[in-house]
Design a protein around this ligand. Sequence first.
Ligand code: PEP
Length: 254
Amino acid sequence: MIKRRLLIAGNWKMNPSIDDSVSLAGEIAAGMDSLKGVDVLLAPPFTALGVVREAIKDSGIFLSAQNMHWKTNGAFTGEISGAMLIETGCTHVIIGHSERRNLFHETNEMIDLKAKAASLLGLIPILCVGETLEQREGGHTFKVLKEQLDLSLNNYRSVGIMPPSTILAYEPVWAIGTGKTATPSQAQEVHRFIREWLETSFDSKTASQVRILYGGSVKPDNTADLMSQEDIDGALVGGASLKPDSFLQIIRFS
Ligand code: PEP
């Protein structure tokens, strides 16, 4: 069995200022000194990418953006391309976060274009999927997830190849920023479903290599239980990544 390396990713959303981003990144980088065996990634706002890149230099922390446009350049006022993110030092980009899907009406088709553009450029997408509370309570979780996966990874499916560095994130919408976390077994059940989907859509090698993160109110006190599940390969952390102490505790959960 391939051992997947855990990834703990912090999504700062539209929160810290440039100055706050520098201190936050600096404290996290300083606290990582002796850390081994876990990858760490930070996704600051666009405006702070450059300063965070400097603050995490030589720390081994990966730099990610929170969104991108699928075109490389052109008349797309207000958008940022993957090429621009690479120029800024990003190696990763979050795509299809539920806030983008729900508040900014991003469709699976748009997310699919972004995933394709990111990997053509050599940026690693962290592609998010997840059901709402209504969908879960109506018993539609797996149907919703299958549709999101099928459509937002359609370009990969049509060629039958998904770069194994691609990262998926299961983020139940009802658990994001609400303090409600999926139980470890609820999360594991969905992660297993996603891994089986990878095997059916691609092959068993891809399924065993792709990392699937869990996101939704991850905190220092629930990290170890979630990370102990066989198909959970890390965490996408929102609120708790804004406090250096709690993010460092999550990174050092074991
Ligand atoms: C997120 O927005 O990706 C997230 C998981 O947020 P939180 O940890 O605050 O629930």
